[in-house]
Design a protein around this ligand. Structure first.
Ligand SMILES: Cc1ncc(COP(=O)(O)O)c(C=O)c1O
Length: 480
């Protein structure tokens, strides 16, 4: 047995050696030149005929030589590299998670000749371009371009996130401490880290339904079971939420109390108070995703964490949509053991966030021009939102806008009964209007057909034409 093993190893070893030496020779040989005969290769490498044959087959597979039966083996005239054989990965990787289709499409970058209402990110024209470019140039010339950062993040940026929350903190609650802030490379990775550290594989997480598709994707990848509670323009019902906690034994709830993606819901003061009481009485966490903090239109985002005295709320806020998608900088605020667990996972996964990005993001948000930019952004979003909503009502009245959101970037629109979401999304794409189907936002089956229209993308002047096309596409489907 051992001898056989040794022999097979020697065969492998000498076959690779022959391949390596012949490859070198082929590199300097003329196309069409004949290789030494198998017999002379056997003698030269002191290898068995099988080993030599194996080496020649490898060279042929790599497209370096070709054999002409009865004549010999020749350096290929046209050296084409054979396509890699990746079929082995099928067995190694086994079964996969179902892919998100329409929501992943939200990350696609569209060409200019389409009406792109599918994106999750604002058009570059809505970003503080000059501030970002100046900050990056400035930071490139400092030590920030050469150093590491602490796992928790750079102190000044931690302080900035904490101070932003302190402004809204109620009188009865101690202000968030900068040391409770962990800087992360974007909210998406932060959500995954929170799920892994606070819920864990096999654990349950209560979520609004619909909710952010990226959270659903992260939960699937972390083995977290989702417990959906219906939520719409007014947010979830506290009673139904309580039942979901009772039934599932979950100890965490993920929600977006401010300008939820996709519904646009902005919780009332009563609902905020009720949900906070509920998580307190259930001794549970609320993961508060304040994704649209900088996208208030008629209202401002009021994080619930500002009213949380005892560390029930794990708060997450990102700058990647409002400062620049190229600066992947966000923060998680958590207290107590939860903070430590999250930090451990963050350090295991990302180690730290690039200090040059942290410093550039901080530079942007601490300039007076940032406040001016946010005010102008709010006005632009209002104009865009109103013009898309008006165009929708005028050109495609059968598509029902449930509410005009007071912030965020999207309209959440209900399809008439009997219209299949995927067919509608495809029919829209056929007339060059890109929209996102709502199915991926539901952790289970969707109770009705929805689509999401983003009003922060390129070409707002084209909203009327885009809605006219949607109206026509819908009429055609209805006529079938
Ligand atoms: C609700 C919500 N949370 C988190 C994210 C992820 O944001 P980031 O770009 O910071 O990863 C998004 C992005 O679309 C989002 O809509």
């Amino acid at each position: 047995m051992e001898v056989a093993l040794l022999l097979s190893f020697m065969t492998y070893d000498s076959s690779s050696r022959i391949v390596a030496e012949l490859t070198q020779w082929i590199d300097s040989a003329a196309p069409g030149e004949k290789l030494p005969s198998s017999r002379s290769l056997v003698a030269r490498f002191q290898a068995s005929p099988v080993t030599v044959q194996k080496a020649l087959s490898t060279l042929a597979r790599r497209g370096l030589v070709e054999s002409r039966p009865g004549v010999g083996t020749f350096v290929r005239a046209v050296r084409s590299i054979a396509p890699p054989d990746l079929s082995w990965q099928t067995a190694a990787l086994s079964q996969r998670e179902p892919a998100f289709t329409s929501s992943m499409a939200a990350l696609q970058i569209a060409s200019n000749d389409v009406f792109a209402l599918h994106s999750g990110y604002p058009d570059p024209g809505l970003l503080p371009k000059d501030l970002v470019r100046t900050a990056l140039n400035r930071m490139a010339r400092t030590e920030n371009s050469l150093r590491r950062a602490p796992t928790a993040g750079d102190g000044d940026l931690q302080s900035w996130f904490a101070t932003e929350l302190a402004d809204g903190t109620s009188r009865h609650v101690s202000e968030p401490n900068p040391s409770d802030v962990t800087i992360i490379p974007g909210s998406q990775s932060g959500l995954a880290s929170i799920l892994r550290s606070v819920v864990g594989s096999g654990g349950s997480l209560v979520v609004e339904s619909p909710t952010y598709w990226g959270l659903i994707a992260a939960a699937r990848h972390s083995g977290v079971r989702l417990i959906p509670v219906p939520s719409g323009i007014d947010g979830p019902s506290p009673d139904v939420l309580d039942e979901a906690f009772e039934r599932s034994g979950a100890t965490a709830f993920y929600a977006q109390p401010n300008f939820a993606n996709p519904t646009g819901a902005h919780w009332s003061p009563n609902l905020r108070a009720d949900v906070l009481d509920l998580v307190r009485s259930r001794r549970a966490f609320l993961v508060e995703d304040d994704w649209a903090h900088d996208f208030g239109i008629d209202a401002v985002s009021q994080p619930l964490v500002a009213d949380d005295a005892d560390g029930h709320i794990i708060y997450i806020r990102s700058l990647t949509k409002s400062v620049s998608p190229a600066l992947r900088v966000a923060a998680v605020v958590a207290r107590g053991p939860a903070r430590e667990r999250i930090r451990t996972v963050v350090s295991a996964e990302a180690m730290y966030v690039s200090p040059i990005l942290q410093a550039a993001a901080l530079d942007v948000v601490t300039r007076p021009a940032w406040r001016t930019h946010l005010r102008s952004l709010g006005r632009q979003l209002r104009t865009r939102r109103d013009s898309l909503a008006a165009a929708l009502r005028a050109e495609a009245p059968d598509l029902r806008l449930e509410q005009v959101p007071t912030g965020g970037l999207n309209l959440w629109v209900r399809l008439p009964l009997g219209i299949d979401v995927d067919e509608f999304v495809k029919a829209a794409a056929d007339v060059n209007v890109l929209i996102t189907g709502g199915a991926d936002w539901f952790p289970a089956e969707a109770p009705a057909g929805f689509v999401r229209l983003n009003f922060a993308g390129p070409n707002p002047a084209g909203f009327t034409e885009a809605m006219r096309r949607l109206g026509e596409a819908l009429a055609q489907l209805q006529a079938r």
